[in-house]
Write a protein that binds this ligand. Structure first.
Ligand code: PMT
Length: 400
């Protein structure tokens, strides 16, 4: 069984999706995992602890001050026992507590004490999910390495439609397996990823750039590393933490990206170019800050930068797989297909950057994978999920 020998601590908070956690607990047990459930007081209003006791064959913990019966219930014992700590469903409240380090019940206390990886499956009303406070808490938790699965979009129990549905138990189970038994299908491969914007300087204080946050490229680098690849990340200036174990090379301008790429591209098995390098750069760089001249109009002469992906395509090695992205605002597939050809790519990932939830500086993307053979449209997915799907396809092309 897939999870034999593993211990899962499953935290359940108060939401209608708590009933779906029964199926998750059942799957975990069938897969061989020892599963211990901690429920908040509110969770017990939705599902009776007895259901989980029956499904897991262990007492359910609901009270910090409960007296141990047949096994140790204090928070440290469960925190230590866990190979993974899963909270599903996770309310906005538990995420806020986790982000702030608040420990005022058994669940928040135990998750604060654990050193195990933590996976959160949020479930809440769309308004709560979209709230700036929730967004900030999610960002904080992600920066600390907390894993997320979902939430999905769709019809919510409160009658609203939008993001906020807890992911299906199957998806949460897959995410647990992905963390506990990461597949190493990219072991031995050199993977180079580009991410983020470039900056093209006008003078010592000004530059031209774009809205790329680097999130897409960093998600790919992180996923490739987790799958066992040796990963080099050529990164433009971004506000993200470097993924553990990835060799990060900082670049500033498109010329910089070109230079660093040319030093490395021939030794890579797979190259994935998610960066948004500036297509134009000022013809001249003013050594001193440019002053206003009083006529109300400023004209800057620009020239085209080097096309890095095209240069890599011209140097393509035998068996190498090249993947590019296409950031489009109209005629998305038409333009993307032209770039696939022009840059000698094996696959291009088209994203319409005008669609909500896609493209620049968001945690999700809506992409179409395009190869010579055909196209696959994807729904809105987290960038982490897009990264995994992209790598599945790149690997398939590599092994062809
Ligand atoms: O960083 P995020 O905020 O997460 O946003 C993600 C993203 C929108 C930046 C990403 O999903 C994306 O679409 N990246 C490609 C952006 C882009 O420059 O697209 P393009 O269509 O202009 O370029 C096509 C390909 O050529 C890209 O792989 C690009 O890296 C590459 N290129 C472009 C210009 C240039 N001078 N040299 C290049 O190599």
């Amino acid at each position: 069984m897939k999870l034999t020998g593993k211990t899962v601590v499953l935290g359940i908070t108060g939401g209608i999706a708590a009933y779906k956690a029964c199926e998750l607990a059942s799957r975990l047990r069938k897969a061989g995992a020892e599963t211990y459930v901690i429920m908040t007081k509110n969770a017990c209003e939705f599902v009776a602890p007895l259901s989980f006791e029956t499904l897991t064959n262990h007492p359910v913990v609901t009270d910090t001050f409960a007296r141990p019966e047949t096994w140790e219930v204090e928070h440290v014992a469960l925190a230590k026992k866990a190979d993974i700590f899963v909270i599903a469903p996770a309310t906005a409240n538990i995420m806020a507590k986790m982000a702030c380090g608040i420990a005022d019940d058994m669940l928040s206390t135990t998750v604060l004490a654990t050193k195990a990886p933590v996976l959160v499956a949020p479930a809440m009303n769309t308004g709560m999910w979209d709230n700036i406070a929730t967004k900030a808490n999610v960002e904080t938790l992600k920066k600390r390495g907390v894993h997320f699965v979902g939430p999905d979009g769709g019809y919510l129990a409160c009658g609203d439609s939008g993001a906020g549905r807890m992911s299906e138990p199957e998806a949460i189970f897959d995410a647990i397996c992905g963390i506990l038994c990461p597949c190493q299908d990219m072991a031995g491969l050199n993977v180079l990823v580009t991410a983020g914007p470039t900056r093209e300087s006008l003078d010592p204080v000004r530059y031209i750039t774009n809205h790329s946050s680097g999130k897409m490229g960093y998600a790919i680098a992180q996923a490739a590393k987790r799958r066992g690849a040796h990963v080099t990340l050529l990164s433009g200036p971004v506000q993200l933490t470097a993924p553990e174990g990835v060799e990060v090379v900082d670049v500033l301008s498109t010329q910089d990206l070109y230079d660093r790429m040319m030093e490395r591209c021939e030794s890579q098995h797979i190259i994935i170019q998610a960066a948004a390098p500036a297509d134009f750069t000022p013809v001249t760089f003013a050594e001193e800050k440019i002053k206003k001249d009083g006529d109300g109009i400023m004209t800057i002469a620009l020239k085209e930068t080097k096309d890095v992906a095209k240069a890599v395509g011209e140097r393509k090695q035998m068996g190498q797989v090249l993947v590019g992205f296409a950031a489009e605002t109209e005629k998305v597939t038409e333009h993307a297909k032209a770039k696939l050809k022009k840059k000698n790519l094996d696959m291009i990932v088209a994203n319409d950057v005008t669609r909500p939830g896609a493209g620049f500086n968001v945690d999700t993307n809506i992409v179409t994978f395009i190869t010579e053979e055909g196209m696959e449209d994807m729904p809105r997915l987290s960038k982490a999920d897009v990264a995994e799907m992209l790598l599945d396809r790149a690997l398939k092309l590599y092994r062809k």
